[in-house]
Ligand binder design. Structure first.
Ligand code: SF4
Ligand code: SF4
Length: 184
């Protein structure tokens, strides 16, 4: 990567680096994270990369996309650091810097939130239909088939039509968030 792009990335990551600069590497966040088992780089490692200015390592790591914003790390960090916010900011910055690589993840989030906006909660069956259709990859449904069967066998998939009434309230909520996020 060119130096100019490196500098640009470092600048974009600087506010996130500030969020975690007081990290003492105790590892409580990683030990508490329910998704750490699936992350190549645990939260603690990500904060260390940021502290060390390893922008390329952060860019290459996709571990932050596995954060489900459960806030456990934020609640348990002995330094009181805004770790969930830092994860969210990482997703936005790095996905923007490497949009092609994170295209499917971005689409996944977008379709997830579309379903939440419509029903007040995610409706897994609709959400996956929206996502798989948008991905336009005929082989992709086969990758998710084992997971779908597992969820179905445990009665975790809801095929009932959605209840009415939640749409307008969620829509107003999403509109408000949009206004706040785009306020000058
Ligand atoms: S907010 Fe994200 S990083 Fe923190 S514990 Fe939850 S899933 Fe892990
Ligand atoms: S819990 Fe807080 S201080 Fe400990 S490693 Fe995680 S971010 Fe750093």
């Amino acid at each position: 990567m060119k130096d100019a792009e490196n500098v640009q990335l470092a600048e974009a990551l600087a506010p996130i680096r500030d969020m975690v600069k007081a990290c003492i590497q105790c590892g409580t966040c990683s030990a508490s994270c329910p998704n750490a088992f699936a992350m190549a780089d645990t939260p603690r490692r990500l904060w260390r990369m940021l502290q060390a200015g390893e922008v390329q390592m952060v860019l290459k790591s996709g571990s932050f996309t596995l954060c489900s914003a459960c806030y456990t790390c934020t609640l348990r960090c002995p330094r009181g650091l805004p770790l969930t916010d830092a994860m969210s900011a990482l997703k936005q910055v790095v996905a923007h810097q490497d949009a092609l690589r994170f295209a499917s993840t971005t689409l996944f989030y977008r379709k997830f939130m579309e379903s939440v906006r419509r029903h007040g909660r995610v409706r897994e069956t609709e959400f996956m239909c929206l996502y798989l259709t948008a991905m336009k990859n005929p082989l992709l449904p086969f990758q998710f088939a084992p997971l779908g069967l597992k969820l179905f066998s445990r009665k975790k998939l809801d095929f009932r039509p959605p209840s009415k009434g939640g749409d307008a309230r969620m829509d107003a909520l999403f509109q408000k968030v949009h206004e706040l996020e785009n306020a000058p």
